[in-house]
Design a protein around this ligand. Structure first.
Ligand SMILES: C[S@@+](CC[C@H](N)C(=O)[O-])C[C@H]1O[C@@H](n2cnc3c(N)ncnc32)[C@H](O)[C@@H]1O
Length: 275
């Protein structure tokens, strides 16, 4: 089931370029920009911090982080996809604070304790071994440093549509076929505690759209396409379902709400040596 999640192997996907374009479209959506800023304040990321982002994609978050850490700080992004990293290198090339590395989140090529903050944003949902990734993030963070995780939770997605039953059938059907843990968001605080983090806090936040922004439209179209691919519906039903949203927007009744869970914790100071 898990291998159906295209984010595990972007380089093997025929539509890798469209996936990368989707990340940039999401990144540029004003309500998503505000959502990320709220999360980075919550962690928090401060001036002068050395920050690691695991699963950095095309570098949307890295470019948010750079002005936040300022002149004395540094931002390092790692990703398993070479194609995505090539895009990130192009989009971040003028920023000397940003460094990119090819790496798997469960095997980070860094010495212990080198970062003040380690982040994974919309990544844990996609990885096969979430705890191994979080433990590895904790290893490379200094004692007293922070870990921040943020994920959507697809058990908590709300969207208006005239055909509610069909909407549930498509949205629930797709996520259960696609992801090993579609409710990843709500599990993040537990993962941090299991990895030994202290002072774990949770912040639930929302992306909301009432106008069918380009990224929301792309998201719903991708869900419809995937539902057809998995045999949940046929192509004509998919088109009819998508048309239902367009009609709602015209009538002023469109609401789309996606829930994001953020969790942050502190790496304990090194244990005192036993006497
Ligand atoms: C949905 S994208 C999120 C990108 C970025 N964090 C953002 O919010 O724009 C997920 C990213 O995680 C990467 N990824 C998936 N599994 C990974 C793993 N085990 N280690 C490192 N990166 C991984 C994918 O290649 C992809 O770039």
């Amino acid at each position: 089931m898990s291998e159906r999640d295209p984010w595990r192997s972007v380089d093997a996907q025929p539509n890798a370029r469209a996936m990368i374009a989707g990340l940039e479209a999401r990144g540029a959506t004003p309500a998503q920009i505000r959502l990320r800023a709220r999360f980075l304040r919550f962690v928090p990321v401060r001036r002068g911090d050395r920050v690691l982002e695991v699963g950095c994609g095309s570098g949307v978050v890295l470019r948010d982080l750079s002005p936040r850490v300022g002149r004395g700080g540094a931002v390092v992004g790692v990703d398993v996809s070479r194609e995505i990293l090539a895009t990130a290198r192009r989009l971040c090339k003028t920023d000397r604070r940003i460094t990119l590395r090819h790496a798997h989140g469960a095997r980070l090529p860094f010495a212990p304790g080198g970062f003040d903050v380690a982040l994974a944003m919309t990544v844990i949902l996609h990885v096969a071994e979430p705890l191994a990734v979080v433990r590895e993030m904790a290893r490379v963070t200094r004692p007293g440093g922070r870990l921040g995780l943020q994920d959507q939770d697809f058990g908590m997605l709300g969207v208006t549509h005239p055909d509610r039953e069909m909407t549930d059938h498509i949205l629930r059907g797709v996520v259960h076929h696609l992801y090993e843990e579609p409710y990843s968001g709500r599990r993040l605080p537990g993962l941090l505690r299991e990895a030994g983090l202290e002072h774990v806090r949770v912040r639930t936040d929302f992306f909301q759209d009432t106008t069918l922004e380009p990224w929301t439209k792309m998201f719903l179209e991708r869900r419809a396409e995937t539902a057809v691919r998995f045999g949940l519906i046929d192509a004509a039903t998919a088109q009819k379902w998508l048309d239902g949203f367009t009609a709602l927007v015209a009538a002023g009744g469109f609401v789309f709400t996606m829930t994001y869970f953020g969790a942050a914790g502190v790496k304990p100071a090194a244990a005192r040596r036993a006497r």
